[in-house]
Design a protein around this ligand. Structure first.
Ligand SMILES: [Zn+2]
Ligand SMILES: [Zn+2]
Length: 335
């Protein structure tokens, strides 16, 4: 019996009668993490990993009916044992382990195998069936060590300071922005955050994640000479907005795994692209899948056909794509 099936509302656990990251409102939602394509408003009851509570309440509303579980702690719901395990993707992100009548399934949610210090590191969980994401499930995706990327960002920032212009770095507001703040050399100059980023910085700090001090960009006077030494962290949606005018002549960059693709930087119209993703790359996906010991792998959320075929042909696994017809209408908000 399948412990997880695809339904119109999202991934569904029949014996447990709940959904995982449903894309339509349901009575019982188990949430892997707070990104917009996984955590949506309108569900009756939410169950999530405890470290993600602040994020979920900030994004979905303080008064949602939310129950949280520490990583590793088990809860039995309609006979199905549910537990959350670190996915290493963003603060509070979790893989969902389901056990029913001796069968163990793990739904990965989004995950990253390189530990980054802003959330609990990915932990492989043994299972019979693994539902894996595949956002960057193509062999061309191989990330550099993150320290090298942070060094590139520091060098760009330093060069801009020398040229007397602010550095505007576009990054997704939840996860990527905080990872950058945690990783860069904050001693170079002041750091300003967009209004979409700063509330999430506060949630991270409240959760004990070390981030350098940041100011709201609006708190800075246009005439302040230190503005030209500043690094400004803003969501991609701020590009081309009137909000940008206060920075005068600036250099801009974009941090995303998609920057690995030729032409992305040009299409985004930014000066610099930094390849930095909160998802596993191709070797990371293969490593994580192997660690689970699963004989059956369901691939979702990305390069489904390529990864499923590779797992069948090169690893001899029973691998197939999960039909996610309902998913495509929704925007992804992380990479
Ligand atoms: Zn995500
Ligand atoms: Zn996602």
């Amino acid at each position: 019996m399948d412990l997880v099936i695809a339904r119109r509302e999202g991934l569904y656990c029949p014996p447990g009668n709940f959904y995982i990251d449903p894309w339509r409102p349901v009575p019982h939602a188990v949430i892997t993490h707070g990104h917009g394509d996984h955590a949506r408003t309108g569900n009756g009851h939410y169950l999530a990993a405890a470290p993600g509570e602040g994020i979920l309440r900030t994004r979905l509303g303080q008064d949602i009916d939310l129950q949280v579980l520490p990583y590793g702690q088990r809860l039995v719901h309609n006979g199905v044992t549910v537990s959350f395990h670190p996915a290493g993707h963003v603060l509070g992100s979790a893989q969902v382990r389901l056990e029913y009548q001796g069968e163990v399934w793990v739904a990965s949610g989004d995950y990253k195998v390189e530990a980054d210090g802003t959330c609990a590191a990915f932990e492989p969980v043994r299972c019979h069936t693994f539902i894996t994401e595949s956002t960057f499930g193509l062999p061309i995706y191989r990330w550099q060590a993150q320290q090298q990327v942070f060094e590139e960002i520091n060098q760009w920032w330093r060069a801009n300071i020398e040229a007397g212009r602010p550095s505007v770095l576009f990054a997704y507001a939840f996860g990527k922005a905080q990872r950058i703040l945690h990783g860069i050399d904050a001693s170079l100059g002041p750091i300003l955050a967009h209004g979409a980023v700063e509330p999430l910085n506060r949630v991270y700090r409240a959760a004990g994640v070390e981030l350098p001090p940041t100011l709201y960009a609006t708190e800075f006077k246009k005439t302040d000479p230190t503005l030209r030494q500043a690094l400004i962290i803003a969501p991609p949606s701020a590009a081309g907005s009137t909000w940008m005018r206060r920075f005068g002549q600036y250099s801009d960059g974009f941090a995303s795994g998609w920057m690995r693709l030729r032409g992305t930087r040009r299409r985004r119209g930014v000066d610099r692209g930094f390849v930095l993703s909160d998802h596993a790359d191709w070797p990371g996906l293969l490593w994580a899948i192997e660690q689970t010991g699963a004989e059956r792998v369901m691939v979702t959320h990305g390069s489904v056909a390529v990864l499923a075929r590779y797992l069948r042909e090169q690893r001899g696994l029973d691998a197939r794509g999960f039909d996610e017809a309902g998913m495509s209408e929704f925007e992804r908000d992380d990479d």
